[in-house]
Every structure is written in structure tokens, then in C-alpha cells.
Design a protein around this ligand. Structure first.
Ligand code: ASP
Length: 440
């Protein structure tokens, strides 16, 4: 039987009325059998997410406050959700037990995980579904990485009936000593992908508060076009460059198993959303460009040396300087006698930067070394770009027409992506120019 795994994010769990809509969504499709939930998120701007309340709770607890007092805001959120649901469910016992376990564990990860735990309890009661604790089915290794095979097997064993309905809390699992451990923030997306992989779902639905990906940031361009489908590879490029709808690590488990993802909007379930597909199933939209994304605040270290290309070990010696200084490099565009190291500025203090430039001088004696700060990177992404003639010319002309100076160009070897570096202050203008050229 084909089954879908549905992950609902924090805004889809924010109050009792929304949880009722979620119930309708689940019940309207018999294949929606495995439900993964986040902790309740913000109800309005200025509100606090339950997970943030729990991190605050842990801090206060460590400062010596009483658990009842620290946990009170979280308790109040769940009590109001249950009241709004008005369905006679009772979670008082769970709330009291949670307070006790939080006080006994004194662990940040354990406390933070309780938002998902309690929310999954509530949703399982509302749906009349089986609750499966992530603590018993998602496992981390000693080094903190996911133990995929062990987790997939445990999930299959704990949820054996494909016609039953299961609810699992997202965001956490357990470490080899059995202690609760969380993923990074937003990690329920990863939990959903792990469950989808374990049960070989036909589709991983990720329900959130937007109708999928847009061709660029709506804060920069008014009502950009929605993206109907995107390949895993395109999505990886776009989300690395700041298009944040899904946790970037959540792609890997499903991508390996060729399971498509669909981003859906809980508040507009009729909207088609965005499909994220393996390349074998991906049908190009006919558009040369699929999407545009970018990030500000990079530093470029530009290095020039005649005959760099024939000097054996040149790049290795430069990269060794970065390794010694524990700095990771985002891109390395290069020419015959030049190379640029593009580094996120937040990783660089002025001291680090001078250690690195000194280190490079010593290691490779360049003719020139120049630092260019306050650079924004903009990625124009699309499988269609490799097969259509003149795409780069259109891109560069559109930018030149706005009199924007391009400091750096990086065309990935995948031909899926052209990245340009411009001054931070030109970032928005440049995105608008590219959007107009390819979508306008
Ligand atoms: N509740 C967690 C967070 O706020 C995990 C998630 O929502 O995915 O980061």
C-alpha cells in the first residue's frame, strides 16, 4: 500500500483550531498514515515558540529556579491548545510527568525536545492514532551523526501496519547511552525525512505556512512566481544560498531513496505547493532559470601569482593555511593565475584575517593578495541553463544595465548554477535585475 509521510511544522501546530484543520487534512487522504510534528510555533508576530520557551525553562532551571515556575509558560500553551480543541482529551498526567522528568534530567536537549513530545501526544489523541516516541526509534551515533540503518529498522518495527495511523514527535532521538538528543533547530524536517525513508513512502509531504518555494525572496521582488517543481540538486543550491523553507539536511535521507518531497501550505491546502523531485522524475518547467537566491556578508581573499597554474601544490598550500586557522571556504573561483577564496565574514575576526593573509604570503609568495569585504553572493539556478545558449550573456547584461559591478563569478561545474559576487549595497537591485530578465 502506498503511504505518505506528513510533517507538520510549528505554525501548523500553533493552536487548537489549526490542529483541527490539520486533522481534516490528514483525514482527507487515506494514504497520509505517518504524521511527524514540530512543537507549537508562534501564533502571532511577537509570540514565542514553545521550543524557545523550553530553552528558557532550561536556563532558569540551571539558575536554581523551581521546575513548576520554569515550565509554567509551556504548560499554559498546552492547556490552551487542549481547551481550544474542546475534544475531552486530558494531558494533565503528561504535563506533570514532563515536569518531573525535566527536573530529574537537567538536560538542555531533553527539555527542548518536550515541545515535540507533548504536541505529538496531543495530536495522537485527537486523531485516535498510535504514538511512537522518537526516543525509541531515531538513533544517533557516538560522534553525533544519525545512525540511519538502525533508525530505519526501528521505525519499521514500531510502525508495522501500513493501514494504521502513527504520530511521531520530530526534532529528537537518542544517543548511544539512551539519553535524548536533538537535531539542530528546525530539525523536525529531518525526522520526517527519516520516517519517509524508513517506510519507503511514496511521498514526503512537508506542511508549513507558505505554498512552497518562490522564484526569489518576496521581500525583494513583489509576488515572485511560485516554483511548481524543483530537482533535489536545484533545491540544494537554492537552500544553501538562503532560500529557507526546508532544513537543508532533510533532503539527504529521502534523496537517497528517490522519494519526492512536496511542500504544502496548511492554511491553503488547495494550493499545489512545490514538488522536489529526483532528477529522473524531474520535468523542466520550460523556464531557463528555476530560482534566484542569495546571501550577504562575504569576504573575498583575491590571490594572484604568475604561472600559478604550473606550480604544483599551490592550492593545497593555500587551503592548508585556512585549515590551520579553522576557517571553511564557501567557494573558490579561479583563473589561470588567480584564485579567490570566498569566506563568510562572520567567521573572520580582523586578527584571523591578518593571520590568514600572512600565512598565505609565507606559504605561496603571491604577486598580489587583496581583501574585498562586504560582498553579497547571488545564485541563479536552473537545469535549463546548461542547454540554452546565451544564458550567461543575458544574466551579465541584465546586471550591467543596472550599472552594478560584478566582483566575482563562479560557475559551478554542474552547469546548474551561476554565482555572482556584488557589493552588499547592490544586492537587492541585482536580484531584481536578474528576476526581471528571466521572469519579468
Ligand atoms: N521545534 C524545533 C525548533 O523550533 C524543531 C522544529 O520545529 O523543527 O527548532
Amino acid at each position: 500500500m502506498a503511504v505518505k509521510v506528513c510533517k507538520f511544522g510549528g505554525t501548523s501546530m500553533a493552536d487548537g483550531n489549526i490542529i483541527r484543520s490539520v486533522k481534516r487534512i490528514i483525514e482527507s487522504d487515506g494514504e497520509r498514515r505517518y504524521i511527524v510534528v514540530s512543537a507549537p510555533g508562534k501564533r502571532y508576530s511577537g509570540d514565542k515558540k514553545v521550543t524557545d520557551l523550553l530553552y528558557e525553562c532550561h536556563k532558569k532551571l540551571c539558575g536554581g529556579a523551581d521546575v513548576k515556575e520554569c515550565f509554567a509558560p509551556v504548560r499554559a500553551r498546552f492547556e490552551s491548545i487542549v481547551r481550544e480543541l474542546n475534544s475531552g482529551i486530558d494531558i494533565e498526567g503528561e504535563l506533570a510527568a514532563t515536569e518531573e522528568r525535566i527536573a530529574a534530567a537537567m538536560s538542555e536537549d531533553f527539555t527542548a525536545s518536550r515541545g515535540e513530545y507533548l504536541c505529538a501526544k496531543v495530536v495522537s489523541l485527537v486523531l485516535g492514532a498510535t504514538f511512537v516516541d522518537a526516543e525509541n526509534v531515531i538513533f544517533f551515533r557516538e560522534n553525533g551523526e544519525l545512525d540511519g540503518e538502525r533508525s530505519y529498522k526501528a521505525i519499521r518495527e514500531a510502525c508495522p501496519d501500513r493501514s494504521a495511523l502513527y504520530v511521531l514527535p520530530g526534532f529528537y532521538g537518542s544517543d548511544p547511552s539512551g539519553k535524548v538528543k536533538t537535531f539542530s533547530r528546525g530539525g523536525s524536517d529531518i525526522s520526517g525525512a527519516i520516517v519517509a525513508r524508513a517506510v519507503q513512502a511514496s511521498l514526503y509531504e512537508n506542511w508549513t505556512d507558505v505554498s512552497g518555494f518562490l522564484a526569489c525572496d518576496p521581500r525583494i521582488v513583489d509576488s515572485p512566481r511560485p516554483i511548481k517543481s524543483v530537482s533535489y540538486k536545484e533545491l540544494r543550491e537554492l537552500s544553501y544560498m538562503g532560500a529557507n523553507v526546508l532544513h537543508s539536511e532533510s533532503i539527504f535521507p529521502v534523496r537517497k531513496a528517490n522519494i519526492p518531497i512536496r511542500i504544502k501550505n496548511t492554511f491553503r491546502p488547495e494550493d499545489e505547493g512545490t514538488s522536489i523531485l529526483p532528477i529522473t522524475r524531474y520535468k523542466p518547467s520550460g523556464n531557463v532559470v528555476t530560482g534566484i537566491a542569495g546571501k550577504k556578508n562575504f569576504t573575498v581573499i583575491f590571490i594572484e601569482k604568475s604561472l600559478m597554474n604550473s606550480e604544483i601544490g599551490f592550492i593545497a598550500r593555500v587551503l592548508e593555511v585556512l585549515r590551520r586557522n579553522e576557517i571553511s571556504v564557501e567557494h573558490i573561483p579561479s583563473g589561470i593565475d588567480t584564485m579567490s577564496l570566498v569566506i563568510a565574514s562572520e567567521a573572520l575576526t580582523p586578527e584571523k584575517l591578518s593571520l590568514i593573509t600572512e600565512g598565505i604570503r609565507e606559504a605561496v609568495s603571491p604577486d598580489t593578495i587583496r581583501i574585498i569585504e562586504d560582498i553579497a553572493l547571488i545564485a541563479t539556478v536552473g537545469h535549463g541553463m546548461s542547454s540554452s545558449v546565451g544564458t550567461s550573456a543575458r544574466l551579465f547584461n541584465a546586471i550591467a544595465a543596472e550599472k552594478i559591478n560584478i566582483t566575482m563569478i563562479d560557475q559551478g561545474s554542474s552547469e546548474l548554477n551561476i554565482i555572482v559576487g556584488v557589493k552588499n549595497e547592490d544586492y537587492e537591485k541585482c536580484i531584481r535585475a536578474i528576476y526581471r530578465e528571466f521572469f519579468g
